[in-house]
Structure formats: C-alpha cells, structure tokens
Design a binder for this molecule. Structure first.
Ligand SMILES: [Zn+2]
Length: 265
C-alpha cells in the first residue's frame, strides 16, 4: 500500500522538461518591456490582409495573474482596439498574460470574416510516451498539460515529417516552436478561402497519416494561435519561427533564441 501511495503522489505532480517552468509576473513584465521583438512580430503578418486581432490569457493554467484581474484570469481577452503594435505591447504590459495569441480569421473593413489562415498544432501531450503513456493516461492523473523531453523530441520529429507532407501540396509552409510543441502555418493565398468541410477533411487526412494534431485548430473551430515572438509563460520559452532546416536540429531546452533573458538566454 505504501508503495502505491508514493507512486500516486509522484505521478500527480505537474512535470515538464528540466529548465522549463512558469514565468512570474515580474518576468513577464521584463520580457514584454525589453525583449519582445515588435518588428519581427510585425513581419509575421506581412502576408495576412486586414487588421489582426490579438487575444491574451492572463492566468488560466498558471494561476499567476495581477490581483486586479483575478476575475478575468481564465478568460480570453480580445485586444482588437489598438493604433499600432506598440499600443498592443502596452496593453500586454497592462495584463501581463501567460499567453498571447492572434486570431487566424481574416476580416474585411466592416468586420466580416473573409477567410482563415490554415494551421496545424502538434502538442507533446498527445504523443503516447513509453514512460507516461497516452493522453488518456495523463488526463486520468490530471496531467493533461504535462509533458517530458522525450515527448517533445517525438513531437518535433512529427513536425519535420508534417512539414514534408504539407510541402508536397503547399508552397508557403512555416514552422513555429510554440513553447510546448510546434505549429505549422500554411500561408498560400488559396488556403485562406478553404471552407469548413475542406479544413476538416484535411485535418482528418493528416490524422490518419499518424500525426497527432489538434483537429480543432486545423478545422478552424479554434481560431486563436500563439503569437510568434511572444512569451509562453507556462514553460518560459519564446515562441519562435523556424526554417525547415532549423526545425530538424532545434533544441528547445538550450537554444538561446527561445530562452528568455530572465533564464539566461
Ligand atoms: Zn513522457
């Protein structure tokens, strides 16, 4: 009995690879004050038409939030009224969020949706790990967001393979390290106009190819995705676009481009 009891205690603990941890409010402030690269973030949107909507999540997973926002800590707050990206940065500094996203939907001048950027989300918790088991196993232990270095390596390998797969059909594929896993964005103009059924079909095709993607993201029901160059406050890593070659050899634990200054990056 004693052995079983210890096992439960150990396995119920939230775990992540060594060197990764939640960011404090002070660290988030430091990052968005002096490290967040507005020019690079702006560059990311050079393809997308129209005004981009942003969204912040203050403390849904980390439970770390400014006291005055305790009521809104878990909600998704839209940041769609701003004059320039510097203004967006100021609003981020007001909320000090654990996560910053942008809306993949594209809107016309009247605010009507005209399309959506196509994206694929690969997360390590969806990988079946030889040590930690399936996502179902992890959920049973309330470790749905936990992941280990092995799972991260496996999901990175999947990202490389999915990049190859998508490159056979599309010409403008971009990879992004999300902090926990990887995102693949397809920027080909015609993909913005895919309808819901076409997106779902593509998602199911990719899944049947053995890729552990989040179907919600590709089908378009989940329209928000992490903002490149923002801070992932769950793991204290910078969301980083990577070329295909970089994706192959990228080391999320040690790569200085992904490690914020407050962790020595
Ligand atoms: Zn594992």
């Amino acid at each position: 009995m004693f052995v079983a009891y210890c096992f439960v205690i150990v396995m119920a603990k939230y775990y992540m690879p060594v060197g990764m941890r939640y960011s404090s409010l002070e660290e988030r402030k430091q990052f968005y004050t002096s490290e967040f690269n507005l020019q690079d973030a702006d560059q990311w949107f050079s393809v997308q038409q129209g005004k981009v909507k942003f969204a912040v999540i203050i403390g849904r997973h980390t439970k770390i939030y400014p006291e005055k926002y305790s009521e809104d800590a878990s909600t998704t707050i839209l940041v769609d009224e701003y004059s320039c990206l510097e203004d967006v940065r100021q609003q981020i500094l007001e909320f000090l969020p654990e996560a910053v996203h942008y809306d993949r939907n594209v809107y016309d001048a009247n605010g009507a949706k005209t399309g959506q950027e196509l994206a694929f989300d690969l997360d390590p918790e969806n990988i079946t790990c030889p040590i930690h088991g399936t996502l179902e196993d992890k959920m049973k232990r309330r470790q749905g967001l936990s992941f280990c270095q092995l799972e991260l390596q496996m999901v990175q390998k999947e990202a490389v393979d999915l990049f190859d797969f998508l490159s056979t059909r599309f010409s403008d594929v971009k990879a992004v390290y999300s902090g926990r896993g990887f995102h693949l964005h397809v920027m080909d103009p015609q993909t913005y106009r895919l309808n819901a059924q076409e997106r779902l079909k593509l998602a199911q095709e990719v899944k049947s190819g053995g890729f552990h993607i989040d179907e919600w993201v590709t089908s378009g029901e989940m329209r928000l995705i992490r903002l490149p160059f923002s801070l992932n406050g769950l793991v204290s890593r910078i969301v980083l676009p990577l070329t295909k070659e970089e994706l192959k050899s990228f080391n999320p634990i040690h790569d200085n481009r992904a490690v914020p200054k407050f962790l020595g990056g």
